[in-house]
Design a protein around this ligand. Structure first.
Ligand code: 5RP
Length: 233
């Protein structure tokens, strides 16, 4: 039987896509990597959405049989709309994956999480032998934190504790991420809050561990030391 639905048949991105042409080129590059039988980690954000569209076109044209492991409700709905079958980390391990990023530095260290999906994005990335990071030229920075604040996902009960510990740890400004289209704060897909944290000093490789040692920090948008390959145009 078919659903009488709108939300999972109309393919769309929720806003304007910045640097769309460049993102589409990177999306086409990653779509060429897909092989029949692949289990693919699917990232979140507009670049990943464009990549998924390019992959769906190949799946349709060539009759490829692939499975996706989405990293958010957004990615999961896009897979449904585009006719790409999905699974999860409990059932399958990804052969490889792709995702976007907000910032990339010279050592391929990333800031992610503008879309609030960094927890699942990191789970899928850590499960994959390789993840292609698709970025347009605007994402390259000489210092992490140059353009974007670092998102910290926090258990709601620990909000004040985490704020206090972060301020004791380093000089920073913190902002609770507020929702658009809902009153109050953004609630992540795991039911947590997001604190956006300015990075005023150079990031060392141990920062992620220090941040995660604070009780109540569920995840951070720092992606350091994962097996990534940057795809750009
Ligand atoms: C979502 C993310 C995205 O991958 C990142 O924000 C890049 O987004 P876009 O491709 O729309 O520029 O980390 O949590």
């Amino acid at each position: 039987m078919k659903w009488k639905n709108q939300s999972a048949v109309q393919e769309s991105w929720s806003g304007e896509i910045s640097n769309k042409e460049q993102k589409e080129k990177a999306a086409r590059q990653v779509s060429e990597m897909v092989k029949n039988g692949d289990v693919i980690g699917v990232g979140s954000g507009s670049t990943s959405y464009l990549a998924l569209k390019a992959i769906a076109a190949r799946v349709q044209k060539e009759g490829l049989d692939i499975l996706a492991i989405p990293t958010s409700h957004e990615a999961s709905l896009n897979c449904a709309t585009l006719g790409i079958k999905t699974t999860d980390l409990i059932n399958r391990r990804p052969d490889w994956g792709f995702d976007g990023a907000d910032e990339v530095d010279a050592e391929n260290r990333l800031i992610k999480g503008r879309g609030g999906a960094m927890f699942a994005e990191k789970l899928v990335m850590a499960s994959s032998p390789k993840t292609y990071i698709l970025v347009d030229g605007s994402k390259f920075v000489s210092r992490l934190g140059e353009k974007f604040a670092l998102p910290i996902e926090v258990d709601p009960r620990a909000l004040h504790l985490v704020e206090t510990k972060l301020k004791d740890m380093m000089k920073t400004k913190l902002k609770l991420r507020m929702a658009k289209g809902k009153d109050g704060p953004v609630i992540t897909e795991s039911g947590n809050l997001i604190l956006d944290m300015t990075l005023e000093e150079t990031v060392d490789n141990d920062l992620e561990n220090r941040l995660r040692s604070i009780p109540g920090v569920i995840e951070t948008g720092l992606f350091i030391g994962y097996p990534v390959e940057i795809l750009t145009v």
